[in-house]
Design a protein around this ligand. Structure first.
Ligand code: PLP
Length: 364
């Protein structure tokens, strides 16, 4: 029986042709594909501009530079997330301050943000975790306190907030990843910054190009963070398919919800009311993650734990004042969130195999 992987990127004739045409054009960098991908992705994400770049991680670093955040500044981040959400802050010379997440939705908690706020707080990086939108109330809270809002939308392409805005158009700047397992990929590494602020748009483009203007003069410290034209060409075709893929992910999540409701010893992922989840991951919160993972493994199904070690407890932050601090919700759920396959390429039969494996164990 074929193993069911956590992710299976899409690759079709139109994507292959777009890549070949771009190579044949010999216009491999700084060309029309990147420009079009940026504007098409921005339009899709309710932003005024999109700037393609080399990864979600560099997008986060560049977003902090764009907002002029550096030494002496504090940036509030969740600890239940991928490492880049925090290390970008350290790379920018600022200090990540770790805050707890909501017990129901697992995104950064507004009350925890308020408790952690100091006069040095310059930004938050709010992660739309697993494709779940953060609370809309964060926007007003940031505005009220003059704090910049960076969306870490690496897992949330196509997620929709309560007010109808898509991930990418909610905060001051948003950062996406196109790593192959993500909801949208580009045939390699890739990322995107988007902004809803006209005043940041020109600098955003310049930052991925050494802060240069049209006359090749540099105005601020940036770097070469540009996406290649081949990747942008592939990304443009993937973007045309994204809504259809999200519909499939949402359908699979609905099937899982119906099948798993009422099972003993498991908490299902909630959907924040009024929002649309992008289902980058479908995570079950269980008492015994090893047992569930072993059962899935025996049935030929991959799974992952997100995120076994909260970031503040990892070795990289051994000298951070919060290294031993308790973040009650994060600490209690981090090692118990088991992600099961939910990608758009799953067949109905594969979905049923996952359902049977989970139900077989948890009803027993
Ligand atoms: C929440 C989050 N932030 C940032 C990143 C970094 O993106 P990339 O792997 O493209 O650098 C990822 C991707 O793994 C992620 O899941």
């Amino acid at each position: 029986m074929k193993r069911i992987a956590m992710a299976r990127p899409s690759w079709d004739d139109e994507m292959r042709q777009a890549a070949l045409d771009t190579l044949d054009s010999l216009h491999w960098v700084k060309g029309p594909q990147g420009k079009s991908f940026g504007s098409e992705f921005a339009a899709y994400s309710d932003a005024v501009q999109g700037t393609p770049c080399q990864s979600g991680s560099v997008a986060l670093w560049a977003a902090l530079r764009l907002l002029e955040i550096g030494p002496g500044d504090e940036v509030l981040v969740p600890s239940l997330t991928y490492i880049a959400t925090a290390t970008c802050v350290s790379l920018a010379g600022a200090t990540p301050i770790f805050v707890d997440v909501e017990p129901d939705y697992w995104c950064v908690d507004l009350a925890a943000l308020e408790a952690a706020r100091t006069p040095n707080t310059k930004a938050i990086i709010a992660v739309h975790l697993f494709g779940q939108m953060c609370d809309d109330a964060l926007v007003n809270w940031c505005d009220d306190h003059g704090i910049a809002y960076i969306e870490d939308a690496a897992q949330a392409h196509g997620a929709v907030a309560m007010n109808g805005t898509k991930a990418g158009g909610v905060g001051d700047v948003a950062c996406f990843s196109f790593f192959p397992s993500k909801n949208l990929a580009v045939g390699g590494e890739g990322g995107m910054m988007t902004t809803r602020r006209e005043d940041l748009a020109a600098r955003m483009d310049a930052l991925v190009n050494h802060g240069r203007d049209a006359r090749l003069e540099s105005h601020e410290v940036g770097s070469n963070l540009r996406m290649s034209e081949v990747s942008a060409a592939i990304g443009r075709v993937q973007l045309k398919r994204l809504e259809q893929w999200l519909t499939r992910r949402r359908g699979i999540a609905t099937t899982y919800h119906a099948a798993f409701e009422g099972l003993k010893g498991v908490t299902l992922p909630n959907i924040r009311p009024g929002t649309k989840h992008a289902w980058h991951q479908y995570c079950l919160l269980v008492e015994n993650p090893d047992e569930l993972r072993a059962t899935l493994d025996q049935a030929g199904i991959d799974s992952r734990v997100y995120y076994a070690t909260p970031i503040h407890r990892q070795q990289v932050y051994v000298d951070h004042p919060q290294h031993d601090e308790e973040l009650p919700v994060t600490d209690s759920i981090a090692h118990r969130l088991v992600a099961i396959p939910v990608h758009h390429q799953l067949s109905d039969a594969e979905v049923q195999r996952v359902v049977q494996a989970v139900c077989g164990l948890l009803t027993a």
